[in-house]
Design a protein around this ligand. Sequence first.
Ligand SMILES: [Zn+2]
Length: 156
Amino acid sequence: MAGEEKELKAAIVDAVKLHGHLGPFLVIGVRMGGVAKRVLNQDVRDIARFHVTVRVPSVIPFSCTIDGIQAGTRCTLGNQRLKIENTRKQIFAIFRTENSDRVVQISVNPGVIRKVMRKMSAGMGNDELAEEIAAMPEGQLFTIEKEGAISAVRGW
Ligand SMILES: [Zn+2]
């Protein structure tokens, strides 16, 4: 197993401890956090300066994404480094670091959300769907946009 894969597995196990069960949207959240940490170059030393705004429908299973992000980044409601905004359909998160203008927006591709929902209603189990999301190539799962364009739009 590659190092990255191992790391993802460990992060998912960690997220399940917080969240209580495994599922595709939890894994989506964990992977969003992983991408953000990589893109913004966050490591354990300065993770305290990491902030995120998550935009997600406030119903299960979509909201499970939030716990994946909380577990993966240690940005939580309690430490005020996580904000949640309700959307109707989309799921995306904007991560930024405190002492720099570095920002990344990670959007879950709508086709992925539709596919998961379709398979869920067809009876596919949470564990199996979670595995699919864990194995999905990053470029298929997310659209990743960096700073510039976003900061202009979001007023950062
Ligand atoms: Zn869940």
